[in-house]
Design a protein around this ligand. Sequence first.
Ligand code: F6P
Length: 496
Amino acid sequence: MALPDWSTIHALKPASLKQLFDKDPARLAALSLDVAGIHFDWSKTHLTGEAVQAFAALAESMGLAAKRDALFAGEAINVTEGRAVEHTAERGEGSPDSVARARGFQARMRALIDAIEAEALGPVRHILHIGIGGSALGPELLVDALGRDADRYDVAVVSNVDGAALEEALDRFDPQATLIAIASKTFTTTETLLNAESALAWLSGNGVEDPYGRVVALTAAPDKAVEWGIDETRVLPFAESVGGRYSLWSSIGFPAALALGWDAFEEMLEGAAEMDRHFRLTPLARNAPALAAFADLYYTQALGCETRATFAYDERLRLLPSYLQQLEMESNGKRVTADGEPVTWPTAPITWGGVGTDAQHAVFQLLHQGTRLVPVEFVGVIEPGHAQGDLHHRQLLLNMFAQGAALMAGKEHQDLARAYPGDRPSSTLLLSDLDPRTLGALLAFYEQRTFVNAVLLGINPFDQFGVELGKEMARAAEHGGDFDASTTDLIQRAFG
Ligand code: F6P
């Protein structure tokens, strides 16, 4: 397999952002574009025409076009696990067989949702969605972002094995009107299964006659769900080839489809498909996921940036940074190439972020004056998500724009403590509205950007072996495993 040659990227010596703007009046037009209701602006990054060309050449040498085709064709591009990667088939973009299979599973999900709405499972007001990682972060983001005015169901997503998380949900739910959705691709995740057992005990302890009759499973391992006690008619399967952190488009999105309505769920899939088509068919110099990945790689490879931060200037997107953390860090936090050779270049930076304007009053000091360079991404929405009057939204968005401008412009001062170096990069994503279609496109954009990053880094973004050792040792600890002195002491202190 080809290895990335970073020499042309390392040799790029772009001028300061201010000079780049001064020199090239067409810069904004060249580095901004509109796709699927999202305006993207990379003009305040150090990307230049020359840099984009260098990255396009690198993409060619790493076989990006062929790998992109292989992704959409359902080839086994997850090489370490020998399987296809087919989350795009969930939104209609994939091999005909995989799209047909996904449609079949969706029809099944829709039929169950219709039955729930018709109260075939008894009265349902509360949805307790139990899952962790990719089985929680995506659906929770969807419901939090789009479900604020939806009053048909009250949804709680419980992921942590800490009983306090489950208790918080149970305290506000009526057991007689609660439906439990157990979301687990593998149906083996210990945290999820323990939370599920406790939730079932809560139902029976509160007089629900047939607690298992109130449970739905969302899984790629339907046999295991049935073995666990869930009737086959309430098991909503999805394909093994849909990765956990890419699974919100499948039956894992069930609480969103139920709370927001089936039409909204379908619109979200359509928005994602629009972004997929853009990614598949647009030359790299005008391709949103590719340009975003080029900027990411410029900062990690050429300038040694170790983190990148996303700030959502919209309360409805407050869960976006944690969703992105799993997507990017679990996908691209790797130390070997897809062939298993050690990499000698940095892979994924640490993804972090928060919500504007809150973050401005907490962490932006470091962004403006710290010694580390952090590429920042701002995400805002033109249509407000509330009825509190224009002043709020105007201030919110103007703050976001001002932060990008301030990071770039900097400010001289004879007292260095009061000076801002400036020339600090940011990109901006401005959504016309936060509707299902645009959110679908946004999340597909992030997925495809992660994919482009991985291809150029020469790594496999679709496995996650790094999470296994800790799980193994936690299991060993249950049986009094043989640990180092510090760990043994800590276990002893906690449990005697
Ligand atoms: O441990 C990491 C992980 O496997 C993630 O990749 C996944 O999203 C999460 O755990 C939950 O797994 P499952 O859906 O199989 O319960």
